[in-house]
Design a protein around this ligand. Structure first.
Ligand code: MEV
Length: 420
């Protein structure tokens, strides 16, 4: 946990200076951050046991987004992503919301759904009644499977039954709703579903095929809102055009796919950094967006002062215990940097980054377009690669862009001239 996430000029520092600053602000040392700062320090033994046929590791750049305040708490946010501009854009959007309260996040609790697919049920409607009649007994059986989850306050909470018509006939889908607390919960709910299956067969007279969680985690939603300063955004016209850009996404699936992709740029980067399952998050996000016809995961409106109010509602099935989050040393370091204590706190932060990312993309698209920002950032990287430091980075980057010659060789020449 950090006192202040507004680390001004962070982007202007060299990587070594940034690491120093990060240690200073978080109070963390090499024992926590070692493998994050130097991927060569990652114990290959750990990776070897994570998946099969391991031969090496794929390293991604890990950046820190600044300026975030979520529910009154400041956070420095680790983001692992190959795409330039994402970290800068998130930090910039967070800056525009910061003085107007930052991000406010709530949630529906960490409940996952496990599905038990039952076919060849002679009387599906009567079978549905019978399952619901013995609901308490079934919940008890489910909870016997995971005493640890129960100990930490989680467990199976409810059962719902849906009868669906498919191309191969009617199916009875029994769904178990499980509070997963700080676990992502896939293992817990799959185990429960498998344990319940023989009872479901007996009750329904049918045959169970699949027993698996649903990634459409509609009972594990996070809602975040933030007000973005009109002046910092660039004025009234920019605010209006951002709203028009969002309305375009709401009305058109071709645009909406890209709009939601921009949200996931931020979300996936934090999900990956913390060792969570980004495919589950992607599946949850897009299926939730498609429930009533594919649409935007965010909404935008204007408040009476003319500021832009953005909000997001998204399933967020992330965990803090178990999986890569617990074993991967870089993921562990990222959780330490965040200083989060619960999976819901992490979920609030991730959804806030999604909203910030979307706002930043819409602001750029609705004003100067995204290429200018991309080019400016690229020029800064090129200047730094050529050896520029501190103030020099901005001076050289500006010249490179002006000359439309963003090359390391030219940056070196300019650096030499600057030295003279
Ligand atoms: C690029 O990775 C993401 C954007 O295309 C998102 C958007 O169009 O809203 C810029």
């Amino acid at each position: 946990m950090v006192k202040d996430s507004k680390v001004s000029g962070f982007y202007k520092l060299s990587r070594e200076e940034r690491v120093k600053k990060l240690k200073e602000v978080t109070g963390l040392g090499d024992e926590d951050l070692g493998p994050l700062i130097d991927p060569g320090k990652v114990d290959m033994e750990v990776l070897d046991h994570m998946i099969e046929n391991v031969v090496g590791a794929m390293t991604l750049p890990l950046g820190i987004a600044t300026n975030f305040k979520v529910n009154g708490q400041d956070y420095l946010i680790p983001m692992a992503i190959e795409e330039p501009s994402v970290v800068a854009a998130a930090s910039n959007a967070a800056r525009m919301a910061r003085d107007l309260g930052g991000f406010t996040a709530t949630d529906t609790g960490p409940r996952m759904i496990a599905q038990i697919q039952t076919v060849e049920v002679p009387t599906p409607f009567a079978a549905k009644d019978k399952i619901l009649e013995v609901k308490e007994e079934l919940l008890e059986l489910a909870n016997e499977q995971d005493p640890i989850l129960i100990k930490f306050g989680g467990g199976a909470r409810d059962i719902r039954v849906r009868i669906i018509d498919t191309s191969v006939g009617v199916m009875l889908i029994c769904e178990l709703i499980v509070d997963c607390r700080d676990a992502m919960g896939a293992n817990a709910v799959n185990t429960m579903a498998e344990a319940l299956a023989p009872r479901i067969e007996k009750i329904t007279g049918g045959r169970v095929i699949l027993r698996i969680l649903s990634n459409l985690a509609e009972f594990r939603l996070v809602r975040v809102r933030a007000t973005f300063d009109q002046k910092l955004l660039g004025g009234e016209e920019v605010v209006n055009d951002i709203i028009a850009a969002w309305a375009f996404a709401e009305a058109d699936p071709y645009r909406c796919a890209t709009h939601n992709k921009g949200i996931m740029n931020g979300i996936d980067a934090v999900v990956v950094a913390t060792g969570n399952d980004f495919r589950a998050i992607e599946a949850g996000a897009h299926s939730y967006a498609a429930v009533d016809g594919y649409s935007s995961l965010t909404k935008y409106e204007k408040d009476p002062e003319g500021n832009l109010v953005g909000s997001i509602e998204i399933p967020m099935a992330v965990g803090l215990v178990g999986g890569a989050t617990k074993v991967h040393p870089v993921a562990r370091a990222c959780v330490k940097i965040l200083g989060v204590k619960t999976a819901l706190e992490l979920a609030h932060i991730i959804a806030s980054v999604g909203l910030a990312q979307n706002l930043a993309a819409l602001r750029a698209l609705a004003s100067e377009g995204i290429q200018k920002g991309h080019m400016a950032l690229h020029a800064r990287n090129v200047a730094a690669t050529a050896g520029a430091r501190g103030e020099q980075v901005d001076i050289i980057a500006e010249k490179l862009v002006k000359e439309k010659n963003v090359k390391v060789e030219r940056a070196k020449e300019l650096l030499e001239e600057l030295g003279k």
